[in-house]
Every structure is written in C-alpha cells, then in structure tokens.
Design a protein around this ligand. Structure first.
Ligand code: EPU
Length: 298
C-alpha cells in the first residue's frame, strides 16, 4: 500500500494543512481548494518529502509566495510543497550569500545593500521568494537573478544537491527547472559596492514601480513575457485599447496593460478568458504570439 500524504508528512514531522483554498495562497486571490499544503522546515526534510510523494504516486508542485501563479478554480488533487518555512538566516561570506528558497527576495536585496554588496538592486520591487525568483529567472530594470547565481540547491533522489551555475541554462524569464524540481536554496555572488548608492538605487526602483504598476491591486505581476523583439507586451495591449476590459472580477489594469487585476469576486476562469481575449486581439492585430510569464496550475 503506498503511503498517504498524512502518513508521509507525519513520518517526516512536516506540518501539513488539508483542503486549503488556493485563493488565500496567491496574490491574484483566485484558485480552488487544494488537497494539501505541506510546509517542510529544512531542505533535508523537503527533499525526502518530494521523494516519498513521487514514490507513492502523489502529484506535487513547488509553491513559493504565490506571487507569479494563476491557479484554476477546480479542486486540485495535488500537494503544494510550500517553501514558506525554509527560512533559515542568510549566510554571508565575503561577496557570497547563501539563502534558503523561502527567503524574501526584497529582504535579501536590502540586506545585501546594507553590507555594501551590489548586483541585485533592480530586483528589489519583486515581491517573491528566492526560490520562485530562481525558478523563473526573475528580472527587473535590466537585472536578472541568473546574473549573480553561483549555485542552486535542489532536491534529487531524497537528498539536497548543489548545482553549479554552469550546469543551469537560464534565459529571459526561464530556467530549466520544471514542476518536478524543488528548489531549496541558492548562493549568490555579488560585487563590492557602496551601501548608500545601493540604497538610493533601490528607493528609485521602488518609486518607479509604484508609479508604473498597480502595486496596491491583487495581481501576479506581468501576465505575459515581452516579445523577443519589438514593442513590450504592455505597449501592444495598451495600443489596442484593451486597458480596463473586464470579465467577471478580472480587469486589464488601467495602470499597466500587461497586468490583470482582480477583485474579491474574481474566478480563475475570468482571468483565463481575459488572457484568451488579449492573445486573440494581439495575434490578429500584430501577428504576435504572446507567451505566458505567470505559471499556471490547472
Ligand atoms: N507601456 C505602455 N502601456 C502600458 C504599459 C507599458 O505603453 O500599459 C510601455 C511603457 O511606456 C514602456 C514599455 O511599454 O515604453 C515597457 O513598459 P515598462 O517599462 O513598464 O516595462 P515592461 O517591459 O512592461 C518589464 C518587466 C517587469 C518589470 C519592469 C521594470 C516583463 C514581462 N516585465 O515590464 O516585470 O517590473 O520591466 O523593469 O519582462 C514581472 O515580471 O512580473 C514584471 C512586472
């Protein structure tokens, strides 16, 4: 008999919550009930957890802070493996810093700046976890986290394995890590910098974001990637006059056209329908095939 999720979590002493509404775990505030959310509190336990879930045939997905995630309305028969409890303190060593996957990216950016370590200032407005940022090679203001990654810790065969940067093929908003990979932590290598200058740059990036993006609304950041060439997606959608278009509780942000914002009544299906409408209009008018930036669980 394969072990149940309850047995696996209890056996590894991992906190688990059952039948959780994903709308409470994502910044878009939509998503149906998931069978289980597990909160391993060490990388070693997390690696054993996903190995045992695999062995027992249970589907699982890594869950960061849920800030770049669109979850379908249905009931979801899977385990979300949350990195929220992987929050050991950052370990600084010269120009290097090692952090667990559940570490807050804005917090890390601030701590690096305070220590005079430069190279990730532009990532400061991204409201996600380090694990999520590595998974999608998060970027902003010309910075990408891949630029400073020295190694990434992942779960492999029940153990914590360190992959060097050279073994990881990052691209614009892309890493080779899949839904089958659990990122457990990362080591970044920064440059010597000036704390005052870094703090000033961070303040400016945050000010810019607040002026150009709907920071107080429920969203998952940019819905689509930018095309490899030509105008940014936000501009394409804006030029088609789609800002403010609404389906149910989901609206194309009047502030930035590559954001979909939701109200309390929104369902994931409203967002999927809006995404389809945008794609069709951009395809028909500009011949551009928009690619999703936000991760989807359906
Ligand atoms: N624009 C419009 N109308 C809009 C939005 C944008 O005309 O409604 C124009 C802007 O005026 C600008 C161009 O489109 O000329 C690009 O806009 P912006 O500077 O806002 O940057 P972006 O390309 O839309 C990218 C990232 C953001 C990141 C910002 C700041 C992607 C898909 N998006 O946005 O990342 O915060 O640069 O560096 O690469 C995210 O990944 O979730 C995200 C928000």
């Amino acid at each position: 008999m394969p072990k149940s999720i309850e047995q696996i979590c209890a056996g590894l002493d991992i906190a688990a919550r059952f039948r959780q509404p994903m709308r409470r775990l994502t910044s878009l505030r939509v998503g149906g009930e998931i069978a289980c959310v597990a909160f391993p509190d060490t990388p070693e336990k997390a690696a054993k957890l996903v190995q045992q879930l695999d062995e027992s045939g249970q589907r699982w997905s890594p869950l960061g802070y849920g800030t770049n995630l669109l979850v379908a309305d249905g009931p979801l028969d899977r385990v979300a493996v949350s990195v929220r409890s992987l929050t050991a303190p950052a370990r600084f060593d010269g120009l290097r810093v090692t952090v667990p996957a559940g570490y807050s990216l804005p917090r890390l950016v601030n701590q690096c700046a305070d220590r005079g370590l430069s190279g990730i200032e532009g990532l400061s407005p991204i409201p996600g976890s380090v694990g999520g940022a590595v998974k999608m090679n998060a970027g902003s203001h010309g910075y990408e986290i891949a630029d400073v990654i020295e190694s990434v810790e992942v779960a492999q065969d029940g153990r914590v394995v360190t992959l060097p940067r050279a073994a990881i093929d990052f691209a614009y908003r892309h890493s080779p890590f899949t839904e089958r990979d659990l990122i457990l932590g990362a080591t970044l290598r920064l440059r010597p910098g000036d704390a005052e200058a870094s703090r000033a740059a961070i303040a400016e990036y945050r000010r810019h974001r607040a002026a150009t993006q709907p920071v107080n609304a429920n969203s998952a950041g940019c819905i689509f990637k930018n095309p490899r060439s030509g105008p940014a997606t936000g501009r394409l959608i804006d030029e088609l006059g789609l800002k403010g278009e609404t389906i149910g509780g989901a609206t194309i942000s009047p502030c930035h056209a590559n954001f979909i914002v939701t109200n309390g009544a929104a369902r994931a299906d409203d967002i999927f329908a809006l995404i389809e409408r945008i794609r069709q209009r951009v395809r028909a008018a500009r011949g551009v095939e928009l690619e999703m930036e936000v991760k989807v669980w359906d």
